[in-house]
Design a binder for this molecule. Structure first.
Ligand SMILES: [Zn+2]
Length: 491
């Protein structure tokens, strides 16, 4: 199938460059020829982005390990779902309203909204990053614009999750991606279901006042006992797992695999963060479809900043209880000016050294860490970095030579290239590779290493990694054969 797909691409290109078609595929050093074609993109002063787009769209990309489910669905799909539900959009706030209520602003059907080009375009800017930079309009700071998008589409995002997973799968297959590890959702339990308001207040205060790991452990022990003994807690975790198994049906094929992470949201009260984490660990224990736990939401939020070390200690406690459960953490998604300088000193190192993160999401502020060399050494040995160039540029304004990619790369920290929220960013994984190549010009061999890293540093079981790696070998053979043909045609 793939061979045919690539061959038809080649036929098209042959027409484009006005050449006849070679009857046989060439033998020889296809990897070298592919590398030479890639290098050719840099012949002029400015990289040939069109050629890089073609090259990386076709290139096998292994896995996407930093992938948020709801942020990966495009607005157009969400609007289709709103329409299916016969819900409306408020024409002033652009929020979803399930029932038509014309008390204030007019509630429009999706068709009515799309028919009004001004309103539709405005919605696209609010529900995604579209047109943020390419025309002048009233707008929020980029990080607010980005994170607010989730508030707009959250009422609909989990309504058709089985459909959404299939859309993500099809998109992945179309750009030669074999594996996605998606941050799906919280398990969804609330601490208020299990504790009264006085107890919640007390635990939140005590957790925030605890100044050592031991003190935090003692409190988490007390909280955990309540949950462990609650049939309702365990039943809800199992319901979450069952629902996930139902939604996942039919997703995996011989050549495509999808797995999931669950997470806590870092901008809520400590007891709720721990509830999400413990429920997450229990869920991961219950199904091979869930492969890890994460912590998400803006790291510069006031609660996220004030409770950062406490959150890391929660992970530390859970790591001793559940040593086999994988964790990757958003850490260092910050930059100078966004928070006080003291907040830039320790987030990545605590994620690695206290929380035991096996992968770090973003790691953009590594240059400002207190002991960067020790940290890089630790990361090199124990953790991979998930690099999200589009997201970092939009949310943090950190791009090109300001981005620490080159530091990680030169130091030998394992790197994986990922998308973060390709629906909000209106991009895809191939585009992340184009940015990587056009900005930093790593060798083709290095790029291949990143692709294999995306399987090696995934949280898949060893046998699954071996299988996908072997498939990647074959995919690269086909790709390199195609690219060496293209190189000849372009000569
Ligand atoms: Zn993320």
């Amino acid at each position: 199938m793939h061979y045919l797909k690539h061959l038809s691409l080649f036929l098209l290109l042959s027409l484009f460059v006005g050449c006849t078609i070679a009857p046989n595929l060439p033998q020889g050093d296809n990897e070298g020829a592919t590398s030479a074609l890639y290098e050719r993109s840099f012949d002029a002063n400015v990289p040939n982005i069109a050629l890089l787009n073609l090259f990386f769209t076709q290139m096998p990309k292994g896995g996407d390990l930093h992938h948020h489910y709801s942020g990966s669905i495009y607005v157009e799909t969400y609007l289709e779902w709103v329409k299916n539900k016969h819900w409306y959009i408020d024409s002033c706030t652009f929020k979803i309203v399930p029932i038509k209520n014309n008390d204030g602003c007019k509630a429009l059907s999706v068709d009515e909204l799309i028919a009004n080009d001004t309103l539709y375009r405005k919605l696209l800017t609010l529900w995604s990053d579209k047109d943020f930079s390419n025309h002048s309009h009233e707008q929020l700071p980029p990080d607010s614009n980005f994170f607010n998008t989730f508030g707009y589409f959250s009422p609909i995002s989990d309504q058709y999750m089985d459909v959404g997973l299939n859309i993500i799968k099809e998109r992945a297959i179309n750009e030669n991606v074999s594996y996605i590890e998606s941050m799906l959702s919280r398990v969804g339990l609330s601490s208020s279901e299990f504790f009264n308001s006085d107890e919640i207040k007390m635990f939140n205060n005590e957790l925030r006042n605890a100044s050592t790991q031991e003190e935090v452990n003692a409190l988490l022990e007390r909280i955990s006992i309540v949950y462990e003994h609650s049939p309702a807690f365990n039943a809800k975790v199992q319901n979450f797992v069952k629902e996930l198994e139902r939604r996942h049906q039919g997703i995996d094929t011989e050549t495509f695999t999808m797995r999931y992470q669950t997470y806590a949201i870092r901008v809520v009260e400590p007891l709720q963060v721990y509830t999400d984490l413990l429920a997450g660990y229990k869920a991961v224990q219950s199904t091979p479809l869930l492969v890890g736990v994460n912590i998400v939401a803006p790291e510069n939020n006031t609660i996220a900043i004030n409770d950062y070390t406490l959150h890391m200690r929660m992970f530390n406690y859970l790591m001793t209880k559940y040593p086999n459960i994988h964790r990757t953490l958003h850490a260092g998604e910050l930059t100078l000016g966004m928070v006080e300088p003291k907040e830039l000193l320790f987030h990545i190192s605590q994620a690695r050294n206290i929380a035991g993160a096996e992968r770090i999401g973003h790691g953009v502020d590594v240059m400002y860490e207190k002991e960067p060399l020790l940290l890089l050494e630790a990361l090199k040995k124990y953790a991979a970095i998930e690099i999200n160039l589009t997201s970092n540029e939009f949310i943090l304004g950190v791009k090109e030579s300001e981005h620490p990619y080159s530091i990680y790369a030169t130091y030998g920290v394992p790197i994986v290239i990922s998308t973060d929220d390709s629906g909000v960013s209106r991009a895809n994984l191939s585009h992340e590779y184009v940015l990587l190549a056009s900005r930093y010009h790593p060798s083709y061999k290095t790029i291949k290493t990143y692709v294999y890293n995306s399987i090696d540093y995934s949280f898949l079981a060893p046998a699954e990694k071996t299988k996908i790696r072997a498939q990647l070998d074959k995919k690269f053979e086909v790709f390199e054969k195609e690219m060496s043909l293209l190189a000849k045609r372009l000569n």
